[in-house]
Design a protein. Structure first.
Length: 1140
């Protein structure tokens, strides 16, 4: 130690020599100095080391009031902080003792700004987690890209789509701004046109606007009492769900506990920070690093943003200038608490700010780091992107045109024939949304030279909407299940009360064409109308994914090559998606996007060049679709004549069923194959051998075919009830943390709402335009009421189509009661002798309530569990209509009709919502879509009745070709819940199967991302795809093996195709990944794979896109082809002409 011996001699003590380059100082005469350098210092030896110091040098070491007391540091005159921040030193004590304090601002500006932008890319692109997952061997295990979608299924934004807010207009804030403006990737109009530093007149965005509109928020402000917890719960709740927070200022600027809570609740997309409230930070003292934060999108670096060669050189120079300037008195001195400045000579060195508390002249200075700078702009200067802050969708005058309506009706008619054909065979139907859109586009493309005005994506949306409405009516009106059950499967024999020992049910109902038309017209509308009030909540406010609807929007945008100026969907069509929707009346096992699994198909934004290429590719897709049309050969005895004749083990190599298997995917098809082996290979021979099913195997009366259906039904009911129960409970589980957070923060809200008082409030210093001097008398900023109101009304401010394009509340209030009454009246007219108006009303109201469940499931998972909903309705209705009060016939018919109404309502509402999602993303008019759906439903109701009557009059139904298995499931379910008898030992076998699949379904739920791997998000357990899905197994049991084997072939083709292109592109196949999940009841799964395969641009991804879409178009062509050929066969059969 060298304590001062003379008044002009000083001893310099450097506490953190490892971080400081110490220059040689040229002190003026007569000053001299000595120095002691400690590489590192701890709190334990701090007092000993600073006792002899008159000049103390540190970086960020905490020096508190005790260390600064005259007892511990009696000689101290100057503290040099070789850093920008000053909160490590107790400035108030320094002021009282007259100790000068100087820092070294500016040297680290470039490094910190670059670090901030580096944190942005690291966090936005999830680079740390990607690296960890890759090192953990996850490259080939699953498609990692699905791990990085947000809660709405959106992939990360790109730079050109960001809206950047910079809070802090000091050196770091300005440098960050200019770096972004000079970076080609960023659209400069989304950041700023420039920065000026001045106390008056600067055009700044209000603080609350910056908070709400920014998708990237940089913090670069000093830690003061007025900036402490600047970003806390109210600000985080007001942010966009796309927002990422970058903090390179000070740890206390952000409320760390509130930030962790916001990340856990997915309120914002992510956060990155180089600073913590308590440093060194660790799991024991920082919420950011506490246990359970490992899987948050949160990056923390150890306060080393400053570390750079240029920073070290700059600090050394500023350190030298600060010390020498203190001796000469020719330096800036700033009171770091009150911002008082002393004389600033013209020749003063730039960059350093020093403090001499004894010499302030009382003038006020506002440090530029406190300035708020942000600018948002939706004009992207020609970039093919959009602001994440979605503007109102652009609606078109061509939203509803006669030409689009007619084309949609024609395409829908073709789908109606196809769906009736496949529905009567196996219960499977498809909306064919993507093929409908492609065919509609192709029709108008061919005749484009003859059009009076261009064909737009808006019209294409109408075509898809109308075609889907018409095409789904075979299922919506019950023509593939309930109506055949009523017309053909009700037992002959005298009817009587339950328990009288009889089995007669009065014989089948005889329903004329016109009665069926009336029934169809009544049941086809109320679900469409009820979907309208749900739209605002699930699409606009909650922004549920509705993956198939989103995928359709992407395809239409690519086909039409629409630019952002025309349709604002570009930045919005990026959900986690599948590309279509299928239905299987009892158990469609189709590919889907599952929120629980975290897997799905990612839709990425394409560049303009890629869009041009994709648009040119429509011709090849259309040729492939048409070229895939094929006919089928049936019932090949591939396992020998004995198995084929005695046990029905044949192969139906129908191209359509192979196509269905391609769409369903390998996992689903293998689960169905397992069901076929279990039912037709084990249970059927066992039941026949034990005498429980003595008749022919294919007999629905006393054969094993009928016996195993009871097992299938039990499995289906178990799966449906457990899955629907979880669907009801999951929102409560999901939102419980949010409700708890709101409860805990209620005091904060009360404090915010009472800011009109004269109390001190942390954020009162912000004035967001010209910054006024700080004074105790400063008034409450006028922005605060607006900020509070904006946060409270955020949900209501979601932008939507113009009011003129929306369906008015008045329309809904008129049409909803009318359509509900119409359904009751029509049911009474057709079935009045067996079903009272009271029961019809009860069934209709129950259908409305359960359709909400279907819509939410469809929006979140691309699944509309209409089969499960209908079975649940049958069960509930059996409780409301006990068999003891009704005859067997009445109880049976009533139960069937109640289930049919629920199924129809859920189907209509879900179909309408998917199409409204497509329209919302492309700016189509919801009103036009609504009326298109209504017209399509009405036409479809009449047309599907006619087509159904044609099939049942021309072919034997049920018969060898059209076995109507789902009709048997309907009638068996009704007999089960109404207490009618079962075949010998069927109850015991069904009970065992049901119990087993309750456990199996629970395991599958546990294996989803909600529970798997310790609760990690988007982390479906590896074993889940090996657990058979109940619905898939049930379908494999009640369908004869010939259909299941054909689908299994399609699943294997999909697996081979996916593996082939996965190896070529080093990507896991989207088809396989998306099909690891199986539906939980009747669903609207994806009828195609996504044309995009990953979030990163490049030729490899584009090649994978083309491969995926090619196989899907091929599969769609196989299905449509056989469906259209069935029309020809129907016409030939009606004329007695031999046909295939």
């Amino acid at each position: 130690m060298s304590p001062p011996q003379l008044p002009n001699h000083h001893h310099m003590v450097v506490l953190q020599g490892d971080f400081v380059q110490i220059p040689e100082f040229n002190l003026p005469e007569p000053y001299t100095y000595t120095k002691t350098v400690y590489p590192q210092t701890t709190l334990a030896n701090l007092h000993e080391r600073i006792y002899d110091a008159s000049i103390l040098v540190l970086c960020a070491f905490p020096v508190d009031a005790t260390a600064l007391s005259e007892e511990k540091s009696p000689h101290l005159k100057l503290i040099v902080i070789v850093a920008s921040g000053t909160d490590c030193v107790d400035l108030e004590v320094c002021r009282k003792r007259g100790i000068s304090v100087t820092n070294c601002p500016g040297a680290n500006i470039a490094a910190v700004s670059e670090h901030a932008i580096g944190l942005y890319f690291t966090m936005r692109r999830r680079l740390v987690d990607m690296h960890a997952q890759t090192r953990a061997g996850e490259w080939q295990k699953k498609i990692l890209m699905f791990r990085y979608l947000d809660k709405y299924g959106d992939p990360p934004l790109t730079c050109e789509d960001e809206v950047v807010g910079i809070i802090g207009n000091g050196g770091v804030g300005m440098y960050t701004f200019h770096m972004m403006c000079s970076t080609v990737a960023f659209s400069t109009s989304n950041i700023s046109d420039g920065i000026s530093i001045g106390p008056e007149g600067e055009d700044r965005t209000p603080f609350d606007t910056v908070i709400k509109e920014s998708t990237v928020l940089f913090l670069a402000v000093p830690l003061l009492e007025t900036t402490r917890n600047l970003i806390s719960t109210p600000e985080l709740e007001a942010m966009s769900h796309h927002a990422v927070l970058i903090n390179v200022s000070r740890g206390g600027v952000v409320d760390e506990e509130a930030l962790v809570k916001a990340l856990r609740e997915d309120r914002i997309a992510g956060a990155a920070t180089d600073v913590c409230l308590k440093e060194p930070a660790g799991p024991n003292n920082s919420p950011l690093l506490a246990e359970g934060t490992e899987d948050l999108n949160l990056v923390v670096t150890p306060h080393l943003a400053w570390l750079a060669q240029k920073t070290a050189q700059g600090y050394s120079k500023l350190f030298k200038d600060a010390v020498e300037g203190w001796f000469t008195g020719n330096r800036v001195a700033v009171d770091l608490i009150n911002y008082q400045t002393i004389n600033i000579p013209d020749n003063a060195s730039k960059g350093a700010q020093s403090v001499n508390m004894a010499d302030g002249d009382g003038s006020h200075f506002r440090d530029s780091d406190d300035y708020i700078r942000s600018r948002t702009d939706n004009d992207n200067a020609g970039f093919p992107s959009s602001s994440v802050l979605e503007g109102s969708p652009v609606t078109s005058a061509q939203s509803f045109t006669t030409r689009s309506l007619l084309v949609g009706l024609i395409i829908g008619a073709l789908i109606t024939f196809s769906n009736t054909y496949f529905g009567l065979q196996t219960g499977w139907i498809s909306t064919m949304a993507m093929p409908s859109a492609l065919i509609g586009f192709s029709v108008f493309k061919v005749f484009s030279k003859h059009l009076s005005y261009p064909f737009t994506p808006i019209e294409n949306v109408l075509i898809q909407t109308v075609a889907g409405a018409v095409g789904t009516m075979p299922l919506g009106c019950g023509f593939v299940g309930v109506i055949p059950a009523l017309e053909f499967l009700i037992r002959d024999g005298e009817d009587g009360p339950s328990g009288d020992g009889g089995v007669g049910e009065g014989g089948p109902l005889k329903l004329s064409f016109w009665k069926l038309v009336i029934w169809s017209l009544g049941v086809c509308l109320f679900g469409v109308v009820f979907a309208v009030p749900l739209r605002k909540e699930v699409i606009v406010r909650e922004k549920l994914r509705f993956p198939s609807g989103t995928a359709s929007a992407l395809m239409l945008r690519v086909l039409h090559g629409s630019g952002q100026s025309d349709e604002k969907a570009k930045g919005r069509v990026s959900d986690n998606t599948g590309l279509g929707r299928d239905e299987e009346e009892e158990a469609p096992i189709l590919s889907r996007v599952s929120e629980e699994s975290g897997t799905g198909t990612l839709l990425r934004k394409t560049t303009l060049e890629e869009e041009s290429s994709d648009k040119k590719d429509w011709r090849s897709k259309m040729r492939l679709l048409v070229g895939a049309f094929a006919v089928s050969v049936r019932d090949i005895p591939i396992f020998g004549l004995s198995l084929a004749h005695n046990w029905l083990w044949t192969l139906n190599p129908s191209p359509a069923y192979v196509g269905q298997g391609i769409i369903m995917g390998p996992s689903t098809c293998m689960h169905m194959l397992f069901g076929a082996v279990l039912g037709w290979g084990i249970l059927s021979p066992f039941a026949k051998a034990r005498g429980w099913a003595p008749g022919p195997v294919d007999s629905w009366d006393d054969g094993s075919k009928a016996w195993i259906v009871w097992v299938s039904l039990a499995i289906m009911l178990a799966d449906s009830i457990v899955s629907l129960g979880w669907l009801v409970l999951r929102p409560a589980v999901k939102h419980a943390p949010k409700l708890k957070a709101k409860l805990l923060s209620s005091r904060l809200w009360r404090r915010v709402s009472s800011r009109g008082s004269a109390e001190y409030h942390p954020h009162d210093y912000i004035s967001y335009s010209a910054l006024s001097p700080i004074s105790e008398e400063s008034s409450i900023p006028s922005h605060l009421p607006a900020l509070l109101a904006g946060m409270q009304a955020e949900a209501a401010d979601e932008e939507d189509a113009p009011p003129s394009q929306l369906i008015s509340t008045r329309t809904v209030l008129i049409l909803l009661p009318l359509t509900l009454i119409l359904n009751v009246v029509c049911m009474h007219f057709v079935f009045g002798d067996v079903m009272s108006p009271l029961l019809s009303s009860l069934a209709t109201l129950l259908a409305v309530l359960l359709s909400i469940m279907g819509v939410r499931a469809l929006g979140e998972t691309d699944l509309n569990p209409v089969s499960g909903i209908s079975k649940l309705t049958q069960l509930l209705f059996s409780l409301a209509t006990p068999a003891s009060h009704f005859s067997r016939r009445t109880a049976l018919v009533t139960n069937l009709l109640a289930g049919a109404v629920s199924e129809s309502g859920a189907l209509q509402a879900g179909d309408m919502m998917q199409d409204l999602k497509t329209g919302h993303l492309l700016g189509a008019s919801p009103k036009a879509q609504f009326y298109g759906q209504m017209i399509g439903s009405l036409v479809g109701a009449v047309l599907s009745t006619a087509v159904y009557k044609m099939y049942v009059n021309v072919y034997e139904v049920p018969g060898p070709m059209f076995q109507t298995p789902t009709a048997y499931v309907w009638i068996f379910t009704a007999r089960l819940v109404t207490g009618q008898g079962l075949p010998p030992m069927a109850w015991e076998a069904a009970s065992i199967a049901g119990a087993v699949f309750v456990v199996v379904t629970i395991l599958r739920i546990v294996g989803t991302s909600s529970f798997a791997n310790g609760g990690k998000r988007d982390a479906t357990a590896w074993w889940r795809s090996y657990i058979p899905g109940g619905i898939a197994v049930a379908v494999g049991i009640f369908n004869v093996p010939s259909f299941t084997l054909a689908r299994a072939i399609g699943g294997l083709i999909a697996w081979w195709w996916s593996r082939k292109h996965a190896k070529a592109q080093d990507l896991e196949p989207p088809t396989q990944a998306a099909n690891e999940e199986q539906p939980q009841g009747n669903v609207r799964g994806a009828d195609t794979r996504n044309p995009a395969a990953g979030p990163a641009p490049g030729q490899a991804i584009k090649d994978a896109d083309a491969a995926s879409s090619t196989v899907v178009v091929l599969a769609s062509g196989l299905i449509l082809g056989e469906g259209i050929i069935s029309i020809v066969n129907l016409l030939l059969a009606s004329g007695g002409v031999p046909h295939l």
